[in-house]
Unconditional design. Structure first.
Length: 392
């Protein structure tokens, strides 16, 4: 009997959790073959890319090394095509991998196409290389204005990091919403005061219409001079799933059933930012805190299916939003399972330590899961916010 082929696409926070869990749980089984495909051998700590953009070096974390001993095979390459009927994926246009079950975890990137000029003139934090290119530019700037487009949490963290590292630069944060808009009023006020202390000039309630070589044009016609533009606004996913005929939502994310399987192609599990996952409180939004559990759940479900059992519904509730404000300050907003803010939050050095602990935790967590897969199966399930009638 030929082995059941599981292919994991993407070794980011979610794909890596699935890969390690599958490798560890299928270790020694000759009837299961796990293959992990990723663009690079190095694990990209996306949570640190705003730090990499100011010249702080990222750790060398090797995906194939971590997979060693699990039996999972690593293929370095770029996924260029997917044929959902033939159950095949194309890598670098010259290699084809066939699967019986696919875990799709190709993540997301900042949306560089919605606003004209972003693709041509703005920097992004879409990959470690992109962050390093920006770091090089910032290090040589010596003065002038850096505009950060997008006042979401990535924009806030990036603006704070750049302003702290380069006090001689004028850092402008532009966006529709107020920075920290989803936090409770006191946490939001702390975050905004920290940005002010760091000298970040905030313009909220504005819409960027166009990015030009040396300026950003706003919807009202006003323009803001910029020596460097960093774009953090919106997200975009790979077009591969949609092109292959999988049911996707308006953002191109694979629409998943309660067990994280594609609603149109149940042999495809969708995890992390690339998946549209509905919970009792609504659609999940892309985070590492929610992405890792999706990877674990997909792996556990695949192993259950191989044993002839039905996968269980996926349930997840948010618990915190940690936001760095440079290296010595942060806000950690604790949340209800639906991500709405609780009254309790942390600030200052203690919050900065909390944030660093959270940021550093995925890699050791994978190491633990490799030895003890059950250790990865604990996350907040969201209680009444995610309870489905008839389940506990
Ligand atoms: C600066 C920054 C700070 C952030 N901070 C936080 C935070 O504090 N907390 C939090 O919860 N979230 C944070 N996020 C969001 C978080 O990083 C994402 O939600 C998370 O990375 C999603 O995990 P993922 O596994 O779905 O995708 P990713 O981690 O993006 O991994 C996708 C992987 O797939 C690979 N890939 C993509 N396309 C292809 C292809 N065609 N072929 C081969 N390989 C491919 C990529 O190279 C990557 O390795 C932050 C994001 C940024 C940019």
């Amino acid at each position: 009997m030929s082995a059941h082929r599981v292919v994991v696409l993407g070794a980011g926070y979610a794909g890596m959790a699935a890969a390690i869990q599958l490798g560890a749980r299928a270790k020694g089984r000759e009837d299961v073959q796990v293959t992990v495909v990723n663009a690079q051998e190095r694990f990209t700590e996306r949570l640190r890319l705003h730090m990499a953009a100011t010249g702080q070096s990222l750790a060398e974390l090797s995906v194939p090394e971590l997979l060693e001993g699990t039996g999972a095979r690593f293929v370095r390459g770029w996924v260029t095509g997917m044929d959902a009927d033939a159950k095949a994926v194309r890598i670098d246009d010259d290699q084809v991998l066939h699967y019986d079950t696919l875990v799709y975890g190709l993540g997301s990137v900042a949306d560089t196409v919605a606003v004209p000029g972003v693709e041509d003139y703005a920097y992004t934090l879409n990959s470690a290389q992109d962050a390093e290119v920006l770091a090089d530019r910032l290090a040589r700037l010596g003065g002038g204005t850096v505009v950060v487009g997008g006042s979401g949490l990535t924009g806030v963290e990036s603006a704070a990091e750049i302003a702290e590292r380069y006090p001689e630069l004028n850092v402008v944060l532009l966006g529709r919403g107020e920075p920290g808009a989803a936090m409770n009023p006191k946490a939001k006020a702390y975050l905004q005061a920290a940005l002010q202390r760091l000298g970040v000039e905030v313009h909220s309630g504005v819409e960027v219409a166009k990015v030009l070589p040396h300026a950003v044009e706003l919807a009202g016609g006003e323009s803001v001079a910029a020596d460097v533009v960093l774009w953090t606004s919106g997200t975009r996913v790979s077009p591969l799933a949609a092109a292959a005929g999988l049911t996707v939502d308006e953002y191109g994310r694979i629409v998943a059933d309660t067990a994280l399987r594609s609603v149109s192609h149940p042999e495809v599990y969708a995890v992390g930012d690339a998946a549209a996952i509905r919970q009792g409180y609504g659609l999940m939004h892309g985070t590492c805190q929610g992405g890792m559990p999706t990877g674990v759940h997909a792996a556990v479900s695949i192993v259950r299916e191989l044993k002839g059992k039905q996968p269980k519904p996926f349930r997840f509730g948010y618990y915190h939003t940690p936001v760095s404000l440079g290296r010595n300050d942060a806000v950690v907003q604790f949340t209800h399972p639906d991500d709405s803010p609780r009254r309790i939050f942390l600030t200052g050095r203690f919050a900065a330590r909390y944030k660093e602990t959270v940021t550093a935790s995925p890699w050791p967590t994978y190491g633990r899961m490799k030895k003890m897969p059950a250790s990865g199966a604990f996350w907040p399930h969201g209680g009444r916010f995610t309870r489905v009638r008839g389940t506990r």
